[in-house]
Design a protein around this ligand. Structure first.
Ligand code: ATP
Ligand code: MG
Length: 180
């Protein structure tokens, strides 16, 4: 499994539709300060279901929508689409290529889709939960976050391991069942 491409439209500084294509192996994103490198990583977290505006370095979720710049008006929605190569079948879905997208409208309301079909956040989370990607994002260690990972309490460390081992999905299901 590897990330094949990431498309952004109206996400943070990416007002113009922009697509990044990745190959298996290591990808480096380089550029001057403020050019949008971290925004690319934020887009990855976001399309995989990130719910915390702070984790996306904003005050509110709507801050991910392109707010305008000199000479370009702000936009009404943010859209990110991630295509994952699943030819090894690691994702529990019967497709060799999986596309996840998320749209947020300025008026509020997020929409998700998996391979073009409407999906819920829960579907995206479950799809990714055995891969070590997804909800809690310990796979993505942001600028200045390394310290927090190193200083984790034993309970937090346990949650990282649960997530990596794919246990978190079952715990979440159990919690949902108990709430009913
Ligand atoms: P550094 O090298 O300093 O880490 P970077 O390449 O990671 O920089 P980012 O943090 O990704 O840069 O990008 C910051 C830029 O994104 C800023 O210019 C900021 O104004 C712009 N930006 C963030 N959110 C929005 C938004 N909603 N609308 C328009 N521009 C935005
Ligand atoms: Mg940065």
């Amino acid at each position: 499994m590897y990330l094949k491409s990431l498309s952004l439209r109206g996400f943070k500084s990416f007002a113009k539709p922009t697509t990044f294509r990745f190959e298996p192996g290591i990808t480096c994103v380089v550029g001057p300060n403020g050019s949008g490198k971290s925004n690319v990583v934020d887009a990855l977290s976001w399309v995989m279901g990130e719910q915390g505006a702070k984790n996306l370095r904003g005050g509110a979720m709507a801050d991910v929508i392109f707010a305008g710049s000199s000479g370009r008006a702000g936009l009404g929605r943010a859209f990110v689409e991630l295509t994952i190569d699943n030819s090894d079948g690691l994702l529990p879905i019967d497709y060799a290529e999986v596309t996840i997208s998320r749209t947020l409208f300025r008026g509020g309301g997020s929409e998700y889709a998996i391979n073009g079909a409407d999906a819920r956040l829960l579907d995206v989370q479950e799809l990714l939960s055995d891969t070590g990607m997804g909800k809690q994002m310990h796979v993505i260690v942001g600028q200045g976050r390394l310290d927090a990972v190193l200083r984790a309490t034993p309970e937090e460390r346990r949650a990282f391991i649960d997530e990596a081992a794919g246990v978190l999905k079952h715990r979440r299901r159990k919690e949902r069942a108990l709430r009913k």
